[in-house]
Design a protein. Sequence first.
Length: 139
Amino acid sequence: MTVYASTSERRFARNADRAVLGGVCAGIADYFGFNLCATRVIFIIAFFVAMPFAALAYIAIVLLVPAESSRHEYVVKREVRRRRRRMTRKEKIQAEDEERARAADAVKQRYQALDERLARIEKYVTSSRYNLDREFRNL
């Protein structure tokens, strides 16, 4: 999978785990797959070259872009486990059924997306455009 393909599935967020001043550089490095140190060096150079614009952009990103942390996911999973331990048997069965239904829906959506992709590929392969492209490649 390319970096571009993986970035289209994600959204930009500041990285609170590796933050020094707000996590902007860490978020940019994570989103685009850059080296964190190189990203920070580029931002430092940008501050020296265009101080007011770089500072305003950095502050705007800190204020407008939400911060995400992997620690939050850990806390949420721990809380879910704790709630499950306190549930009655009937509630546990109901929660498991809901979880299975969500998993089935996710699988169904994935297969629908794959089916749509396959239909587009079949449409292209059976079109005259495909034959024309193949002839050009064979030249």
